[in-house]
Design a protein around this ligand. Structure first.
Ligand code: GLN
Length: 515
């Protein structure tokens, strides 16, 4: 799947939707993203650049689109689903240093292009791999990827590869016309590298006119029924349904000479029905307090999780972003009008004091508060300082010589991926997850310090979860409606129709009946 004309067309969601539709037909499906940038993975990328870093169960730090894939096909993906030019080139250079190329001159073709195909997931005969090629066709950077995948048709056999091109069809308000020329040009670019698209998905704000479809079919050499309309939608979960009505999956299956089967989309439809039609019996206004709140993509998994939880619980909710490095009287007033507070994960000192202040505010006013990662560390430090009398409580992350490291360097230098948390029975956490052992995804260097557990418990806190290394993984306050901190990030576990239980419980604790 390639993208044309401009970036930001939602190609990732289109790919994820195709996954949903093929899976609904009983096909085994997986997804892979090939990105043209040179970062080897997303670990060093600022949220300002690419939004959230999504963590897979095997501990890879990936592009946020991997999160959409997981949520849409309801499966866990791995490190192998997120390939970048950085990964490909560094492998080739390593191979060269090890003398693996028999003295030959190492070049983009064939060495880089071969390595790109090497990174394709190995799969069973009956698995469909949806390969989402990042970048825009025509960019210098994505040319090696296009070259590699062009060769695939010959190597794998014509019926085993389908090319989908996601393009843009603008509408010029002034002349009142829909324009297909950008798509024609972008398909020409694709044909220049030897790829003839089989299906063209047209992103558009308005329905495609019959004339536009015909024109694109003729100029781009594609059947009219393989021109798929992909209208702008304000609900992400609508997109697979819309593409199903357009015959997207069927067009792809025809090209692959695979059986068209009936799609079982009942589960998905019932989620949508709940989202739209179900009466909302409760409402909740939720404050999200973090330093990237002005950027939607920085907390996208969290927002999606809250959405799925709200659908499931019939809660009408509103998210209010509050910037954690500006927690003044004004900000607290805004928070005071909210029914619940989320302190999300994060790195670095900026905004940390704000999170500490908000955790204190939530505790004092008994506003339901879900604290995740750095948010939980802030909540623990707040409690230590203000309730347990540990005035100097702090984190090794911000003061490596802290004399009261309530948050300390962990035994594992950087904990990433799914790990076990032992849940203490009788706690809220145990009740929510219904288990004494859970496996959740982590991404942190620092740990809530078990050496202070006794002092904190004496002051009224309950350690509700511990890690295999013995660190504090979760805590809660007994006498509050909902004041829960967790080292792991529950938002990475939610799938469409299956919201994470902790986020769901938090939302329910925050919600109040509609008057
Ligand atoms: N920065 C903190 C750490 O590394 C918290 C990370 C997180 O929020 N997951 O421990």
């Amino acid at each position: 799947m390639t993208g044309g004309v401009v970036s930001g067309l939602g190609k990732g969601i289109t790919a994820a939707s195709l996954g949903t539709l093929l899976k609904a037909r009983g096909y085994k499906v997986t997804l892979q993203k090939f990105d043209p940038y040179f970062n080897v993975d997303s670990s060093h990328l600022s949220p300002y650049q690419h939004g959230e870093v999504f963590v897979t169960a095997d501990g890879a730090e990936t592009d946020l689109v991997i999160g959409h894939y997981e949520r849409f096909i309801n499966e866990c993906l791995t490190e192998k689903s997120d390939i970048t030019s950085g990964r490909v080139y560094s492998t080739v250079i390593e191979n060269e240093r090890e003398g693996k190329y028999d003295g030959s001159t190492v070049q983009v073709v064939p060495h880089i292009t071969d390595e790109i195909r090497n990174q394709l997931l190995k799969f069973d005969d009956d698995t469909i791999v949806i390969v989402d090629v990042g970048g825009t066709v025509g960019d210098i950077e994505c040319t090696p990827f296009l070259e590699a995948f062009k060769q695939l048709r010959v190597l794998a056999g014509a019926d085993n590869v389908a090319y989908v091109h996601v393009s843009y069809v603008p509408f010029i308000e002034m002349s009142g016309e829909q324009k297909t020329k950008p798509t024609q040009h972008s398909v020409k670019e694709l044909q220049n590298v030897g790829i003839q698209p089989d299906v063209i998905v047209c992103r558009s704000d308005y329905p495609l006119e019959t004339g536009s479809k015909k024109k694109m079919a003729a100029f781009c050499n594609v059947h009219t029924d393989c021109i798929i309309e992909n209208l702008t939608s304000d609900h992400i979960l609508e997109i697979p349904m819309m593409l199903e009505r357009e015959g997207f999956a069927s067009a792809v299956l025809r090209k692959l000479k695979l059986d068209e089967r009936e799609a079982d989309l009942d589960g998905w439809k019932s989620v949508l029905k709940l989202a739209y039609a179900a009466e909302k019996t409760h409402t909740a206004k939720i404050a999200v307090v973090g330093k990237y709140v002005e950027m939607h993509d920085a907390y996208v998994s969290l927002y999606e999780s809250v959405k799925y939880a709200a659908i499931d619980t019939r809660v009408r909710y509103e998210l209010i972003g509050v910037c954690s490095d500006k927690i003044d009287k004004h900000a607290l007033e805004k928070i005071s009008k909210c029914d619940g507070i989320i302190l999300p994960a994060g790195f670095g000192e900026r905004g940390f004091d704000g999170k500490v202040l908000v955790a204190e505010y939530a505790r004092k006013h008994d506003i339901p508060c879900l604290m995740i990662g750095l948010g939980a560390q802030a909540g623990l430090i707040e409690f230590a300082r203000n309730v347990a009398g540990l005035k100097k409580a702090y984190s090794h992350e911000f003061d490596s010589n802290s004399e009261c490291p309530v948050v300390k360097r962990g035994l594992v230098s950087f904990k990433k991926g799914a790990c076990v948390t032992f849940v203490k029975s009788g706690t809220k956490l145990a009740e929510i997850y219904g288990s004494d052992k859970i496996r959740m995804r982590h991404r942190h260097r620092y740990e809530m310090n078990e050496d202070y557990a006794e002092a904190l418990e004496k002051a009224g806190l309950t350690v509700s979860g511990g890690s295999e290394e013995g660190h504090i993984d979760a805590f809660e306050l007994r006498d509050k409606k909902f004041h829960v901190g967790v080292a792991f990030q529950p938002e990475f576990e939610s799938k469409v129709g299956y919201p994470d239980k902790l986020i769901r419980a938090f939302l329910l604790a925050s919600a109040k009946p509609v008057k």
